[in-house]
Write a protein that binds this ligand. Structure first.
Ligand code: ARG
Length: 572
């Protein structure tokens, strides 16, 4: 990656000038793509970082870094600007060599960061007998992108769909089912019917303490392995999985593990016993809790007053089991923002138990949906399938308006790719930690940062190679090296070479939007190039070089969209 090569060199320069703090320098010096490419391709701001410590003016320090004639072959120009910014212009010959390397590399330069190390990704994780809500949908889309990104970086990824399939809701559900279920409605729409039954039984339990007691009895029976209740529970899980799987298929999402909370049910008592034995948990108002005063967090309950274990207990047992079985380098949990406290508490308790695995909670804000589009309950529960149907219907309109001449079934397929892509991209292109309002107009816009814009751009760029083959049937692209002669062409080349950096950034920050931002930028740079620089009309050699560069842009766009879980089309 460009930034690695530059950073390595800068580190040595800084270390040579500041021998007293060489270790710190090697640790901290960085380079990044220039904010304004007029002054260079990359910049380094660390003269400012270290100047204070050595009590020297930052500009003088920067000038010393830039001085000296042992310039490596990848740097064409090194200049100092403002208070001490180092601006670096890369050498064209080096850029060309890098492009050739990228063209020959099936990974498109994405480094093997993982080197086989394991990342366990806990995402989607909806609850049985309830419809997925918008939080699960975002978790599915963001989690799946993180899955693809880490795999691309050479990690062994274990995607685990940690279903909410064990808990107090099942007592309420079982009793409700026995009393209220409508078999015809259950056949028609199992999840809706189970939800109706659940709500009704829940309401009864609120009004009638005897009903609540009976629910508890059913739960105790289930947990003790009563065959009838177990059979019902299995049926609920199967209904839910069938529904979830339909959604996963449409979204192109696959898991390595679907264990669910129930998998760990026999470990729960052991977790609490261990906490007690180590003096970490104690009795408080009848419950067993861990005090987290040091972390300034509220107490974490691990066994409720009624003796039941809870969400935190399950997560502690799950973590211990995952560490034992897979020894992962990192575990990433993807949920909505409302679970931040839970994860902080549970991570704190896990640390006290001696867990050293790197655990990360990736959270996102809830997405607001347009009023009246879906049947909503409590503002957030939507039918994902209906959202996807609507996306495809609306995308078909866009495709038709775009003047597609393809036969209807092809148009339908295009609409599927564009529609699903639009829903995913609307989610992934945002900073996940802000509340966003989903808008069809924005998601399906042909201009701006949207899936249709990128998909159309991709199809156009990918067709350049075909057009070349048509116009120059005897031409042989592979015979011509890539050359950079125009400033816009050079800018495009630098952008293409920055793809691996975007992928690494997305993984480091657990933010797929780093890739979305990059792709949008690349497509825009391409469009300026396309409008201003002739390529099919350029002279031989230049023409081939430019067609090859276009080809690389197309390859990067396709791969980048794939990392976001978005399919591409060669023709729209
Ligand atoms: N089932 C939970 C919910 O719907 C999400 C589970 C997230 N994963 C975890 N290990 N806690 O809220």
């Amino acid at each position: 990656m460009i930034s690695d090569v530059l950073t390595e060199w800068l580190k040595e320069r800084f270390a040579a000038i500041l021998p007293g703090m060489a270790a710190e320098v090697r640790e901290r010096v960085q380079s990044a793509p220039a904010t304004n490419m007029e002054f260079g391709d990359y910049q380094c701001n660390d003269a400012m970082t270290f100047a204070k410590q050595v009590k020297r003016p930052p500009r003088a320090l920067a000038e010393e870094v830039a001085a000296g004639d042992a310039r490596p072959d990848f740097i064409a120009e090194l200049s100092v600007a403002g208070p001490g910014f180092l601006n670096i212009r890369l050498a064209d010959s080096w850029l060309c060599a890098q492009l050739e390397a990228l063209a020959a590399d099936s990974r498109l330069g994405i480094p093997d960061r993982g080197n086989g190390r394991t990342v366990l990704l806990d995402y989607s994780s909806p609850n049985v007998a309830k419809p997925m809500h918008i939080g699960h949908i975002r978790s599915t889309i963001i989690g799946n992108a993180l899955d693809r990104i880490h795999r691309a970086l050479g990690y062994r990824v274990l995607a685990d769909n940690h279903l909410g399939d064990w808990g107090t809701q099942f007592g309420i559900l079982i009793l409700g089912y026995r009393n209220f279920v409508d078999p015809a409605a259950l056949r028609e729409n199992p999840i809706a019917e189970l939800e109706r039954v659940y709500v009704k039984s829940y309401d009864c339990s609120r009004q009638d303490p005897a009903w609540l007691d009976r629910c508890r009895e059913e739960l105790v029976k289930l947990q003790a392995g009563d065959p009838d209740n177990r059979a019902l529970w299995e049926q609920f899980v199967a209904y839910s999985m069938a529904e979830f799987d339909r959604v996963y298929r449409r979204l192109g999402v696959q898991f390595d593990l679907v264990r669910g909370e129930s998998y760990y049910r026999d470990d729960l008592a052991g977790v609490v016993a261990e906490l007690e034995a180590k003096g970490l948990a104690r009795e408080s108002e009848g419950a067993t809790v861990v005090f987290l005063e040091e972390e300034k967090l509220p107490v974490c309950i691990v066994r409720k007053r009624d003796g039941a274990f809870n969400y935190a207990t399950t997560d502690l047992a799950t973590l211990a089991s995952r560490v034992r079985e897979f020894n992962p380098d990192q575990i990433i949990y993807v949920t909505d923002e409302r679970q931040q406290l839970h994860f902080r508490q549970f991570f704190a308790v896990a640390r006290r138990l001696g867990c050293t695995a790197r655990v990360t909670h990736v959270w996102f804000g809830l997405m607001r949906l347009p009023e009246g589009t879906f049947s909503t309950r409590q503002g957030n529960v939507i039918k994902l399938e209906r959202l996807l149907d609507e996306a495809e219907t609306r995308a078909l309109e866009v495709v038709k308006r775009g003047g597609s001449e393809a036969p209807p079934e092809v148009q339908q397929e295009i609409a599927r790719v564009v529609g699903i892509g639009a829903v995913k991209y609307a989610d992934l292109s945002q900073n996940p930690q802000t509340t966003v309002t989903f808008s069809w107009d924005k998601a399906l816009a042909l201009e701006g940062n949207s899936a249709p814009y990128l998909l159309y751009a991709y199809a156009r760029i990918a067709s350049v190679r075909d057009k070349y083959a048509e116009r120059f049937p005897a031409g042989d692209l592979s015979r011509w090296p890539i050359r950079l002669t125009e400033p816009l062409e050079r800018e495009l080349a630098v952008r293409v070479l920055q793809f691996p950096e975007a992928v690494v950034r997305a993984a480091d920050l657990c933010r797929p939007s780093a890739i979305a931002d990059y792709l949008y930028d690349l497509a825009q740079t391409y469009s300026r190039f396309y409008q201003n620089v002739p390529f099919l009309k350029a002279e031989e050699g230049v023409r081939e070089s430019r067609v090859r560069l276009c080809g690389l842009v197309a390859d990067v766009l396709r791969r980048g969209l794939e990392l976001l879980g978005i399919e591409t089309l060669e023709r729209i």
